[in-house]
Design a protein around this ligand. Structure first.
Ligand SMILES: Nc1nc2c(ncn2[C@@H]2O[C@H](COP(=O)(O)OP(=O)(O)O)[C@@H](O)[C@H]2O)c(=O)[nH]1
Ligand SMILES: [Mg+2]
Ligand SMILES: [Zn+2]
Length: 319
């Protein structure tokens, strides 16, 4: 009798993937229809997925089923139809990395990833790296204000420098024994931070793949890597922009706890806090009670959702 096994997808390269199961790695092709795969996803599988597989008669591994995901980091797939791209599933936390100085500090990406972590059932950790470059930061007051605000909102936030070895023990204690996906703009120091914890990690950098009609196509592969301290990390060289997947506009303020607390006092039920009169959120922003940068992040997200909704609508032409 052919035995069914369970395993975790630890790497995907195009149509090939690697499955880890009971201390062994197996290679498989993703070419069969897989039970449990979400038809709205751009791909049937992602790294982190738990699968059921077996060897077929010709000794090939057949992935039969993908089990429901406990958590995920997803975004809107790039290109044509509206599809979800799950970057990684079943990890526990999302380490959101930003930097000061080079590149300059951008809190908007933190808020976007905080929304994604709420939606995907991931515990967020905010990391502000390159504190040694604080002197070169164009807007140091903003950084200080933002740190204070996230602390008050009870988010886990750490300040690090891989150059001056600041905050690395704290980072280690947050990551050891847990599974973490690391995300943030390119150049903020994600890979450096991970390597400072475990210099032997085999991080995947951007691979320049096949030459296509549109020029060179840079493929990035996602990899679930064991940490020497225990736990796993996933580096994501591919995420530069995160378009939120399947987010209703009215849902966005739910992910901004301080706005949610105010919205019951808005005059209109379902207030979007953008154009409505007698809006408590807008009043609080104007009074300096609600941080402007948080409100701006909220507006950016709302705006990009509106644009995405428009872009995904079919275009009708008069003939
Ligand atoms: N000054 C300074 N530079 C850093 C720090 N961490 C990383 N870097 C540098 O920033 C650049 C980008 O780092 P990298 O880890 O590749 O960023 P990633 O694209 O987010 O993975 C590299 O030149 C690193 O040496 C830091 O704490 N301070
Ligand atoms: Mg990197
Ligand atoms: Zn309102």
């Amino acid at each position: 009798m052919i035995k069914k096994q369970r395993g975790v997808i630890t790497r995907i390269d195009g149509k090939r993937c690697r499955i880890h199961s009971q201390g062994e790695n197996h290679r498989a092709y993703i070419k069969y229809k897989i039970k449990g795969a979400d038809p709205n996803s751009s791909k049937p599988l992602c790294v982190g997925d738990e699968v059921v597989f077996q060897r077929d008669k010709s000794d090939e591994i057949k992935i039969e089923e993908v089990l429901p995901r406990k958590s995920k980091l997803s975004r809107r797939a790039i290109g044509g139809a509206s599809k979800e791209q799950v970057v990684v599933s079943n990890v526990e936390q999302l380490l959101i990395v930003t930097s000061v100085g080079m590149p300059a500090f951008h809190p908007a990406i933190i808020d976007r990833f905080l929304v994604a972590s709420f939606q995907g059932n991931l515990d967020p950790i905010i990391c502000i790296n390159k504190t040694d470059l604080f002197g070169e930061e164009p807007n140091p007051e903003l950084v200080t204000e933002v740190i204070e605000i996230y602390r008050n909102l009870k988010y886990s936030i750490i300040l690090t420098s891989t150059v001056e070895k600041e905050g690395l023990e704290e980072l280690e204690s947050l990551l050891q024994g847990r599974s973490t996906v690391v995300a943030g703009h390119s150049g903020v120091g994600k890979s450096s931070l991970l390597l400072s914890l475990d210099p032997n990690l085999k991080l995947v950098t951007k691979e320049v793949g096949k030459k296509t009609k549109r020029g060179r196509h840079a493929t990035t592969s996602v990899n679930l890597l064991p940490l020497k301290q225990g736990g796993y990390v996933v580096d994501t060289p591919g995420i530069r922009e995160l378009s939120l997947w399947e987010t209703e506009e009215r849902e966005v303020s739910l992910y901004f706890p301080e706005m949610l607390a105010l919205s019951s006092q808005c005059k209109y039920r379902g207030c979007t806090h953008i154009h409505e009169p007698k809006c408590e959120v807008k009043r609080a922003v104007e009074a300096g009670e609600l941080p402007l940068f948080r409100y701006e992040s909220y507006l950016h997200i709302m705006e990009s959702l509106q644009m995405e909704t428009m872009a995904s609508r079919p275009i009708y032409r008069d003939s």
